[in-house]
Write a protein that binds this ligand. Structure first.
Ligand code: TRP
Length: 509
């Protein structure tokens, strides 16, 4: 095969809608349904929307344009695209996809597996008597610390096998027949089921109180730096930025594409979904507070506790059709989780295909098996601790450092104006230099460096979450170091065909 031939055989989305739905499918995940409403509640209710919208505009939209524009221009996965800028920086792309695929995704898939279990528990109401005891002691059987592994929990392991089976199948079938088709089924279904749940919940008695707590602004909270850190961190996570995902998805776009408008729509749809889902979540909590005669603040919990303890309890209190409500609710979580999971499997797979020209089927199969095996530690009785520590370090540090490097490489090495000109060449909506170049080169990196610095300061004051220093170092810090090391090793290998040759120039129409 000629080098040209390879670039031309790149898979392509069949329809433009297919691309947008796949990107939205990646963005909308467990983070929208649990994390967002909880962060709102914790960080000043409606007032949290101010830092959130600022983060969305300053970091979210500009980075979304950057990632889609870069993938489109370089027609390659994250490592291929960054190598197209400069081989010296290729490792950043590898680090992103390795960190997410063999880090975040390992436990994300386990949470989806829990949701699948809970979907089945909804049928017989297994959690009804005491949801907290059920979740921690009967379901997870959580041990006393991160190094007390105990046995692997069979129900979780079996569900994890199903999750990886589905992920494998969809990505195995390819971009058009797998990812595009799956998202065209998943997304409408997700919107429909969510609408059912929200309309159902807001009519429950006490719903108004719940919504008031969710959105009532407490402006004084905005002086707390942690509120701002949460807003910026949430925007990166919820939009799948710095995961290498949007770059890979954009590399399957045809030449003529409205990059700015698409980036904008994906960001807006994702945030509206979060806001909307929050109405459902808090209405039900309001109902629960009213029917048990408690204050709402007494019933809310951390995000995982909220999803698997508080919410199941609220569901079992519903006056009618509580089983159906539970089924729909956990189906929503499973669908949202699967459509996010397949996006990283694709991003990782396409990186290996770009570099080594392996066959898709071999790569997807090997990676799925490895990820299932790697995820098993999270199905042990120490799984919850591992999940908590890994999540904190990978998302608060790994992802953020990756994004900073990505901005610097594109903004300064490649030059922001060149990517802007590429994007504007194809877009009717034009990027303006005064905000886009300035964001990518200065504002985003500076804001994110500030974010990291302040979390580091907290970290040094006391190890995260009260765990032992040993656990935090071995599970958190070392995970970051190993993935970075792996990234450097892979990027030192030779390319089968030069990354720069796949690039779209304005001449090779
Ligand atoms: N954006 C997703 C969310 O809000 C997170 C996500 C997207 C993700 N792709 C992923 C997590 C791949 C793990 C692996 O939940």
């Amino acid at each position: 095969m000629t080098k040209e031939g390879f670039a031309h055989h790149r898979p392509q989305w069949k329809t433009h809608l297919g691309f947008v739905l796949a990107a939205v499918g990646s963005a909308i995940g467990l983070g929208n349904i649990w994390r967002f409403p909880y962060l709102c509640y914790k960080n000043g209710g409606g007032a949290f929307l101010i830092p959130y919208v600022i983060a969305l505009v300053v970091v979210g939209i500009s980075l979304m344009v950057l990632e889609i524009g870069l993938g489109h221009k370089m027609r390659g996965s994250a490592p291929a695209s960054l190598a197209g800028v400069s081989k010296k920086w290729e490792w950043v792309g590898w680090w992103q996809v390795i960190l997410v695929m063999f880090g975040i995704m390992l436990y994300y898939a386990v949470i989806v597996a829990w949701c699948l279990n809970y979907f089945m528990f909804a049928v017989n109401g297994a959690w009804t008597d005491n949801p907290g005891n059920f979740f921690f002691n009967q379901f997870l059987m959580t041990s006393s610390g991160p190094f007390q592994f105990g046995e692997l929990r069979t129900p979780i392991m079996l569900a994890l096998l199903v999750v990886w089976g589905v992920n494998w199948l969809i990505v195995f079938l390819g971009v058009e027949k797998g990812l595009e088709r799956a998202n065209k089924i998943f997304m409408p279904l997700l919107f429909l089921l969510t609408a059912v749940i929200v309309i159902w919940s807001v009519r429950l008695p006490g719903a108004g109180e719940g919504i008031k707590v969710y959105l009532q602004p407490q402006f004084e909270r905005l002086s707390d730096i942690r509120v701002w850190m949460d807003a910026f961190g949430q925007i990166l996570f919820t939009l799948s930025l710095g995961f290498g995902i949007m770059i890979a998805y954009a590399s399957y776009l045809p030449r003529k594409t409205e990059i700015v408008r698409d980036a904008f729509s994906i960001c807006v749809i994702n945030s509206i979904f979060s806001l909307f889902a929050g109405f459902g979540v808090f209405s039900v909590l309001g109902y629960m507070a009213e029917s048990t005669g408690k204050q709402l603040s007494e019933v809310v919990d951390q995000s995982i506790g909220l999803a698997f303890v508080v919410y199941p309890k609220a569901i079992s209190l519903l006056p009618a059709f509580s089983r159906e409500f539970g089924l729909i609710f956990f189906a929503i979580l499973v669908i949202a989780g699967l459509s996010s999971g397949i996006s990283i499997l694709e991003a990782f797979t396409s990186a290996l295909i770009d570099k080594f020209h392996y066959s898709r089927k071999t790569v997807v199969s090997a990676v799925s098996v490895a990820a299932f095996v790697g995820g098993l530690v999270f199905t042990s009785r120490a799984g919850l601790f591992w999940l908590d520590i890994a999540d904190h370090f990978l998302t608060s540090y790994g992802l953020v450092v990756g994004v900073i490097l990505e901005c610097l490489v594109v903004g300064w090495v490649f030059k922001a104006f060149r990517l802007r000109e590429h994007v504007n060449h194809f877009s009717a909506w034009k990027l303006q230099r005064w905000w886009w170049d300035v964001s990518v080169r200065f504002i985003v990196p500076l804001v994110l460096v500030g974010l990291i610095a302040s979390s580091l300061l907290e970290e040094l004051a006391s190890p995260y979450g009260g765990y032992s220093r040993l656990a935090v170092v071995l599970i958190g810090r070392d995970w970051l170091i190993f993935t970075a090391f792996a990234a450097v090793l892979v990027s030192a290998r030779n390319w089968k065909s030069e990354p720069a040759e796949r690039m779209i120039t304005h001449k090779n129409a």
